[in-house]
Design a protein. Structure first.
Ligand code: AMP
Ligand code: MG
Length: 349
């Protein structure tokens, strides 16, 4: 049985978190909101607790977890060899949506790190999340609180749908603030490498470090089959709704024309079609159309994208045609998730 806690993230008392903190402290699992997406947490230092996360999500065991901390003191307990760049990243972006890969200490169990010698660590900026971790008195491993392969949850109701009766507790705390997972950066070497684009952009990191950083080329997609991603999670299919997703990129006018043409063909083949677009073009389409938000405010697109992918699961569409987003700043993280949801099925026009 899963205990559901409804808590207002802007106005809560510590005592409302006591029961869920106790569950975490005693080796149980609790899903909770963070600023990026909802996470499913367990004591990162206890192998049996961490195994429950993998079971609940159906997550492959070689896909390591991000360990969430509430204060900087916890960092040295988990990681070693923290170099100058790592220190700068921490000062500049924590608490916030940046996960830093560092060499792990022996006490971090192998199942938390998928057998790697490194550990991924993040301090969330979400006040409720940090309070919960603090009260639990343990570092909290917490991947996204969805069944593996499904779109990440951005609202309590998404988590309840996926994980009810698979975890000990779920804290429903409204809508998350960003809607995309954290940026993952490997800071073990001299030049940091982005392993997954996310809430903090490459541009922001380069400005903070005053240097050019690298991006793992495997991020770009599985069509470069000879590349093994440095972040094991990047090799799995992700974020997929039930229907097939096809992304159309190009200038907006041509993209809309192409989508209308593709829709006509698909209907002739007897398929039910959905369209995922932006405010700028939504008037051009008819039928089942969801806008992710305005291209002029890319953060709204980040916030809505996973929710809209999930909305299509409540319909009977067979195929979704989605407009691509310009791949700069937050747009590159959005496109990374969308192209994975589409299984890299992209039409350029
Ligand atoms: P999730 O928690 O589901 O948002 O995914 C966490 C991401 O961080 C996955 O892509 C993992 O592969 C990646 N990750 C976690 N730990 C490590 C690590 N030690 N080295 C490289 N990537 C990691
Ligand atoms: Mg995930």
């Amino acid at each position: 049985m899963t205990k559901i806690f409804n808590i207002d993230p802007r106005n809560f008392k510590d005592c409302e978190l006591e029961e869920s903190a106790k569950i975490l402290n005693e080796g149980g699992t609790v899903a909770f909101p963070t600023e990026t997406v909802y996470g499913i947490g367990a004591n990162a230092l206890e192998e049996e607790a961490v195994k429950k996360i993998f079971e609940a999500k159906g997550r492959p065991s070689d896909n390591p977890l991000i360990v969430h901390i509430s204060k900087e003191d916890q960092l040295k307990e988990l990681a070693k060899d923290i170099n100058k760049n790592a220190q700068l990243l921490i000062e500049k972006f924590w608490p916030g949506p940046l996960t830093i890969i560092l060499n792990k200490r022996d006490k971090v169990p192998n199942c938390t790190t998928g057998g790697l010698n490194t550990v991924a660590i993040r301090m969330p900026s979400h006040r409720l999340a940090r309070k919960l971790i603090g009260l639990s008195k343990v570092p909290v491993a917490a991947p996204s609180a969805n069944i593996s392969g499904k779109p990440s949850p951005t609202k309590g109701e998404h988590v309840v749908k996926d994980l009810k009766n698979r975890v000990d507790g779920i804290i429903c705390g409204g809508h998350v603030q960003i809607g995309l997972e954290s940026t993952v950066i490997d800071a073990t070497g001299e030049v940091p490498i982005i392993l997954r684009p996310g809430g903090v952009t490459k541009e922001e990191i380069e400005e903070a470090l005053n240097m050019e950083i690298k991006v793992d080329p495997a991020i770009e997609g599985y069509f470069k089959k000879d590349l093994t991603p440095k972040s094991p999670g990047m090799k799995y299919t992700h974020y997929s709704p039930e229907a097939q997703v096809v992304i159309v990129t190009g200038n907006l006018e041509d993209t809309a024309k192409k989508i209308i043409e593709l829709k006509k063909d698909a209907i002739e083949e007897g398929k039910k079609v959905g369209i995922m677009c932006t405010d700028e073009t939504k008037e051009k389409y008819d039928g089942l159309v969801y806008s992710m938000g305005s291209r002029k405010k890319i953060s709204t697109i980040a916030l809505n994208m996973f929710h809209i992918l999930r909305l299509f699961d409540e319909t009977d569409v067979d195929i979704i045609f989605a407009e691509g987003i310009e791949s700069a700043h937050l747009g590159s993280a959005i496109m990374n998730r969308m192209t994975k949801a589409a299984g890299y099925n992209i039409i350029k026009c």
